[in-house]
Each structure stands twice: as structure tokens, then as C-alpha cells.
Write a protein that binds this ligand. Structure first.
Ligand code: AMP
Length: 319
């Protein structure tokens, strides 16, 4: 199999490349990314490959969703390597438009999702962040008109925002969500991890340690949000990581919960050195049987990634 695939730079090139496939009624999958592709992205591409006849990976560092200029400027860019990795994972086409192509002169429309976008990341980063995400994802969906679009559970709130806008704007696409891929020691893969110094890389494990501590207590039967959050805070403190937010919320409405009756989303954001990291897990008692086979996090920070489909889950229950 060749590992060279074409790159479309304009919407016109994208549509021309897709047209014969659409005419032949082949299903089209879209994996939107900001590039610097890692195993998390590749797991989405592989899932798309399994489900769709033609797989498009978009690579676009969207300026409007960055709340800090320094973060945007520092964001890793590696287009040649991305195309190669995307191809190896099974993509058929890379769509890598310029900023001018996505936001031409005179661009004046914004997509804003009310309610859920205001919480967690929205509260922390400001309303521009999800406005930027919602606008660019709407555009990418309408440019590509895929049958299925693939997103990661790592950005749990983003998934909710996208599901909302797709439903509200009647965009004819199915949204498929893939599990978070983690390093062997539990750190969620992120393009920003490359910016961590070795010491910061050790501390970054504090986010996963916090989620794991709460998940283990939950597995032991604790249902008070206060107690679960206290355990998570303590674990994070032992890595010298202070959360920007650490919340237990309803996984659909993102409303805070005080006692866990059904599944709850435990979401965290923290700055480690110059890098802002996020992570989350779902605490769900119906997961317990499956989760009990996962080991507690080890303290080693091997950079080896788990095979995608056995990606480590946060242990939700004690064995
Ligand atoms: P990004 O390039 O960071 O905008 O991410 C593009 C897509 O990859 C989003 O749907 C993310 O949720 C997803 N993603 C990022 N990191 C991971 C990960 N560690 N595991 C699974 N999906 C991920």
C-alpha cells in the first residue's frame, strides 16, 4: 500500500476530490484535527477507515479557538509528517486549507452554542473558544459533507457542543466518539505534550492521578461528589498540580452533581509549566465489571503508547 495521499488546499479542490466518491455513493468519513498527529488522532482515522469508504483528515490550526496568542504561535505544525501518518493510518485525503481559505476577507458569521459551551472549558477560556470551535467545525462539516465525523472523548465538552450544533442546524452527519488514547503511564495523548520538559512531563501525570484516585474511590462505593473531588485534589497535589477546574458534572447537561446517581463526567484542566492540559473520565457503576481488570497507574513515565484498542482506561472500580 502506498503511503502517499493527496492534499487538498482549497474547498474547491476538496469538493472536486470528493465528487466521484459521492456520485458512486461511497460513504465519506471526516476526522477534523489541528495536526501534529499522534496515536489519539490515528485511532480516529483507523476507526474512520473501518467505517467509511473514503476518509478525509482535515489539518487546520484554527486561530479563532485560541484564547492566547502565545499558545497559537507555539502550537506544533508538521504538515509533511502529518500527511504521512494520516496515510499510514488509512486516510485517503488530507484537507489542509490556509487561514485565508477558511476565513476570507469579509468573513462575518459565528456559530455559538448556548448553555453547555459556557461551562468548564468555556468558563475557563472564555466564550471565544467554543465559538471558534463551533464555527470551524460547522464549516468543515459543510465543506466536506461527510456521512460520519469522528471526535475524541478526550475533548468531552467539545463533543457535546458539536452534537448540539449538528442537531440544531440539521447538519446531515453522524457524530462518532472514540475513547481517549493514553501513554502507558496514563497521560492522555495531546499535541501539546511535546512542549513539556521532562520534569513537567512527570508532573503532567497529576491529571490522570487525580482522575484515577476519584475513580478508585468511586469503585469502592463512594458517591459523594465532595469526597470524590477531595481524593482527586489530594492526588493532584502530590504531583504539584493545581487544577484550573476539577468538576463532577452530568455528562449531558454539564450541570454540577453533588451525589452520583447515574453516570457522571469528571473533568479536569490544569496548567503544567507553559502548557494547559485537559482530561476527563466517566464515572459509571455499570462500567465496573469491565474496568476492574485495569491496573492502577504506574509511576514510570514510559513514552510507549498502548495499542489503540487496548488504550488504558481510567480504572473506575477496584478489582
Ligand atoms: P486536536 O488536533 O487536538 O484538535 O484533536 C483532533 C481530534 O482528536 C479531536 O476530536 C480530539 O478529541 C481527538 N483527540 C485528541 N487527543 C486524543 C486522545 N488522546 N485520544 C483520542 N482522541 C484524541
Amino acid at each position: 500500500m502506498s503511503h502517499h495521499i493527496p492534499t487538498a488546499r482549497t474547498v474547491r479542490e476538496l469538493r472536486e476530490a470528493l465528487e466521484p466518491h459521492r456520485r458512486a455513493r461511497r460513504s465519506i468519513g471526516l476526522v477534523p484535527t489541528m495536526g501534529a498527529l499522534h496515536e489519539g488522532h490515528l485511532s480516529l482515522i483507523r476507526r474512520a477507515r473501518e467505517q467509511c469508504d473514503f476518509v478525509v483528515v482535515s489539518v487546520f490550526v484554527n486561530p479563532s479557538q485560541f484564547d492566547r496568542l502565545a499558545d497559537l504561535e507555539r502550537y506544533p505544525r508538521q504538515q509533511g509528517l502529518d500527511a504521512e501518518r494520516a496515510a499510514r493510518a488509512g486516510a485517503d485525503l488530507v484537507f489542509a486549507p490556509s487561514v485565508q481559505e477558511v476565513y476570507p476577507d469579509g468573513f462575518a458569521t459565528q456559530v455559538q452554542v448556548l448553555g453547555i459551551a459556557d461551562r468548564l472549558e468555556g468558563a475557563s477560556r472564555g466564550p471565544e473558544h467554543f465559538r471558534g470551535v463551533a464555527t470551524v467545525v460547522t464549516k468543515l462539516l459543510l465543506m466536506t459533507l461527510p456521512d460520519v465525523a469522528f471526535f475524541g472523548q478526550k475533548d468531552a465538552q467539545q463533543v457535546l457542543v458539536i452534537r448540539r450544533l449538528v442537531a440544531d442546524l440539521n447538519i446531515p452527519v453522524r457524530i462518532e466518539v472514540c475513547p481517549t488514547v493514553r501513554e502507558a503511564d496514563g497521560l492522555a495523548l495531546s499535541s501539546r505534550n511535546a512542549q513539556l520538559s521532562p520534569q513537567e512531563r512527570e508532573r503532567a501525570l497529576g491529571l490522570y492521578a487525580g482522575l484515577s484516585a476519584a475513580a478508585q474511590l468511586f469503585g469502592a462505593g463512594e458517591r459523594s461528589a465532595e469526597a470524590l473531588l477531595a481524593a482527586a485534589h489530594a492526588a493532584m497535589r502530590s504531583f504539584a498540580v493545581e487544577p484550573e477546574y476539577l468538576e463532577l458534572v452530568d455528562p449531558d447537561s454539564l450541570e454540577e452533581v453533588s451525589r452520583l446517581g447515574g453516570p457522571a463526567l469528571l473533568a479536569v484542566a490544569a496548567r503544567v509549566g507553559p502548557v494547559r492540559l485537559i482530561d476527563n473520565t466517566i464515572l459509571d457503576s455499570s462500567d465496573c465489571a469491565a474496568a476492574s481488570s485495569y491496573a492502577a497507574p504506574s509511576s514510570s513515565s514510559s513514552s510507549k503508547t498502548r495499542a489503540v484498542n487496548s488504550a488504558r482506561k481510567v480504572p473506575a472500580c477496584s478489582a
